[in-house]
Design a protein around this ligand. Structure first.
Ligand SMILES: Cc1cc2nc3c(=O)[nH]c(=O)nc-3n(C[C@H](O)[C@H](O)[C@H](O)COP(=O)(O)OP(=O)(O)OC[C@H]3O[C@@H](n4cnc5c(N)ncnc54)[C@H](O)[C@@H]3O)c2cc1C
Length: 501
């Protein structure tokens, strides 16, 4: 165990969650801590932080999935990274229970805890949603949506016009916030691009519906800008249903509050997020929305009392927005805040260890920029707006530089450059869900071999006989394996949509 300069055991800092806020806290601590000054451990079930603003472009095939995530181990050099889940925290005893795959759960002692476990998709008990829809919060979901669009075009191309083809080519996004509109517009852009490779399909065969309960979209931009986005989507044959609620999605049949009804094989749910429910398994104070209550200094606060040794930031927390721009007085859940809070949190932990001054978090909104498919974007800062191609360049420029680590920025920018020259990839990789299919189909099985390979046969003859003997077994297996290949879509989507935690 490392000791600090005074010879005492170095304090243990446990970071729960290595997304924006957690990753930047750890990175900043690494930069600033002296050798032996503290021992930092970061726990996350995923070995990477996800750059979530890129998910819509991953779904649209404009960014490769691994380019949109940042390896924790590669970029956190002195932090101990544990790929596992924190399942509960007893802050009174300063212990956290950690669950890792393939080994029993164990307890870890800490001196200071930083809870940055982010948010999860928030759904409502609408029939069919939990079974049929998929979120857009992690890279796996974005890849599944991409593969679904590409796979559905392939399937639809083999079908005559009719209800099944319509179902495959009807894409639905629920939620008209930033994430929903970006996803919708990016998928529309992908579908338009795909049509050139499917001469049997026409633009009018492909349908896009976005369902929004409010009377407008994208509350982060002005009403005028949001209307421009609506008009742009309308021109691209992407229908936005305002003031409309999703009533049912049972068996993929969408029923709207307006009475409209249509079938879809791809329903993306982006209608809100909520603080990660793991915090309910802690003794840390929560507000009525399940967020950890925070002081502006990012220390956890209970009423007006600071909870010693506990810190929080990002989407999981209710941090007062001292700039006055927040909703209900708190910072809105976005990356702008999570990154800056993470950095300040690290500084404040250092100050608490060294006896320095702890600062309050203050950040004025820098505006919002959205990508709406290749060549279209919007940027809004107060009353100032940029729309169209320039805003799209601003979106790419901003986010290409904002993804952490230069090696990531390089991958993203060069990926975009290559797409510009050789166009985006249109191959579905959904077959990776059945990686053993081919091997299993043609594998020799015990029982078939002896009849075809008698011991006395010379080696060469034996070699020639073996594949023949293997064939019946393979043929026998093939129908089952084929069935597995044909199964995928709805089932896998529903699996993904089921609550993970
Ligand atoms: C599609 C989309 C587009 C977006 N676009 C923008 C944008 O353009 N601009 C913007 O500012 N914001 C944007 N956001 C929001 C932004 O990405 C989030 O606000 C930000 O990621 C929050 O950071 P965080 O660190 O709080 O949480 P996250 O980044 O979500 O990190 C939470 C981490 O905690 C981990 N975790 C979960 N449970 C546990 C557990 N039990 N134990 C340990 N670890 C756990 C997770 O695996 C994850 O790595 C977008 C979000 C989405 C979904």
């Amino acid at each position: 165990m490392p000791n600090n300069s005074a010879g005492a055991a170095a304090p243990k800092i446990l970071i729960v969650g290595g997304g924006y806020a957690g990753f930047y806290t750890a990175k900043k601590l690494e930069k600033s801590l002296r050798a032996g000054e503290a021992e930092v451990t970061l726990v996350d079930p995923l070995p990477y932080m996800t750059y979530q603003p890129f998910l819509p472009e991953v779904a649209a095939g404009s960014i490769e999935e691994r380019h949109a995530v940042v390896s924790l181990r590669r970029h956190l050099k002195t932090t101990k990274v544990i790929t596992g889940k924190v399942t509960s925290v007893n802050h009174a005893k300063k212990t956290a229970t950690i669950s890792v795959e393939g080994a029993p759960s164990y307890e870890m002692k800490y001196d200071q805890i930083v809870v940055t476990a982010g948010a999860v998709s928030r759904t409502f008990p609408i029939p069919g949603v939990a079974d049929q829809a998929i979120g857009m919060k992690n890279i796996e979901e974005a890849v599944e949506v991409r593969n679904r669009v590409l796979g559905n075009f392939d399937k639809a191309a083999n079908l005559p016009a009719g209800p099944e083809r319509d179902r495959l080519l009807t894409f639905v996004v629920v939620g008209g916030g930033f994430a929903g509109i970006e996803t919708f517009a990016e998928l529309r852009s992908l579908a338009t691009y795909l049509l050139r490779y499917y001469p049997g399909l026409k633009a009018s065969d492909v349908r896009f519906h976005l369902i929004e309960a409010m009377g407008r979209i994208m509350p982060e931009v002005s009403l005028e800008t949001s209307k421009w986005v609506l008009a742009n989507l309308d021109q691209r044959n992407a229908k936005v249903h305002l003031d409309t609620q999703l009533k049912s999605a049972v068996d993929g049949v969408i029923e709207l509050s307006t009475g409209e009804k249509f079938a879809s094989d791809c329903i993306v749910w982006t209608a809100g997020v909520m603080a990660n429910p793991v915090v309910r398994a802690t003794d840390l104070p929560l507000d009525d929305r399940g967020r950890i209550t925070a002081h502006a200094s990012l220390r956890v606060i209970s009423g007006d009392k600071i909870v010693e040794g506990a810190w929080t930031a990002g989407d999981v927390s209710a941090v007062p927005d001292l700039s006055g721009g927040g909703v209900g007085g708190f910072c809105v859940p976005n990356a702008q805040h999570a990154v800056r809070q993470g950095k300040l949190l690290a500084k404040n932990i250092l100050a608490s260890i060294r006896g320095g001054e702890i600062q309050n978090y203050f950040h004025k909104n820098m505006g919002a920029v959205a990508g709406l498919g290749v060549g279209v974007g919007v940027y809004q800062w107060r009353n100032f707006a940029v729309k169209g191609f320039l805003a799209w360049l601003m979106h790419r420029g901003y986010h290409g530089l904002a993804i952490p680590m230069w090696e990531r920025k390089l991958r993203v920018f060069t990926g975009w450059a290559w797409n510009w020259i050789v166009r985006r990839d249109i191959v579905s990789t959904s077959a990776v869900k059945h990686p053993r299919l081919s091997f299993e189909t043609y594998a020799s099985r015990p029982g078939a071999a002896p009849a075809a390979a008698p011991a006395a046969k010379p080696a060469a003859a034996k070699k020639a006989a073996a594949p023949k003997a293997a064939k019946p077994a393979a043929e026998k297996k093939a129908p089952a394996a084929k069935k597995a290949a044909a199964k995928p879509a709805a089932k896998d989507l529903s699996k993904k949509a089921a609550p993970k935690k």
